[in-house]
Design a protein around this ligand. Sequence first.
Ligand code: NAP
Length: 291
Amino acid sequence: MIDGTRVGDQLRTELQVEIRALQAKGVTPGLAAVLVGDNPASATYVRMKGKACDEAGLYHETIRLPPETSEAELLALVDRLNADNKIHGILVQLPLPKQITTQRVLRRVVPGKDVDGFHPENVGKVLLGDPTGFRPATPYGVQQLLLKSGVDTTGKHAVIVGRSTIVGRPMAALLLQDGPGGNATVTVCHSRTRDIKSITRMADILIVAMGKPEFVTGDMIKPGAVVVDVGTNRVDDPSTKKGYRLVGDVNFAEATHVAGAITPVPGGVGPMTITMLLHNTVQAARQWARA
Ligand code: NAP
């Protein structure tokens, strides 16, 4: 079992050294989270991020805006946060309501505060392997999880299922890099991929980010492969207090008999994502303090 909670805690403890060093210079890394509307999953993510900042000793602000917020109002808020010296990282929680063009908002965040790594400048830097770029927290977390769990990616065939700009594509860029946690041979699958099972079965490392509950079954996995399940799906379950439970994109019960190692859901990639967001905020503060 690859334990994201344990590795995340370990990385957060390591990050404390750098947070204290910055604080000694009078810099407390600060994160602003912007939540537009009342999507319950988004509200939960933002709350978890705020709690993680508190625990790590980071400054944070959560700005909640009503669902009818206009694009102009949101852009004005981003401009204010761009100019705020207490804030080193800005994240705009997605999805945004329909009246707002997501790309316009993401491009308004100054690249130096774009701790989600969604601005084209950071996307380019990550592809180039420039360490001043912000790596999107989820794929960065997966890479760190593999590194800290002793999974060597060098020369391995990594198959990624999903090509989203948030997970699949940056994941491919990170695994391709020449360095620790990289040097893999990478295949990316998507909804138009033919005979997906024949490809996933070739994977030494299978990373699944589809948003399709329990799509990957045991017969799609090569015996002994490392399986990383990024999927976080709510499925109805009247037997639970909340009325739902979280499942991944991998059928865990089947996969666990075939895989050599596997991440659970929850407790796998999720805690790593929040940890790497803290990491990126500290990186932003460090780069800001040096500039
Ligand atoms: P997304 O933007 O919806 O992308 C899904 C990708 O999966 C797309 O590239 C899509 O292909 C591909 N896909 C869908 N059905 C497929 C099929 N039948 N066969 C092959 N490929 C298929 O989703 P995302 O934002 O990347 O998120 C993926 C999952 O990860 C979701 O469950 C999300 O909740 C979870 N997630 C978790 C974390 C975390 O911290 N744990 C963070 C982010 C996301 P096309 O491009 O061809 O449509």
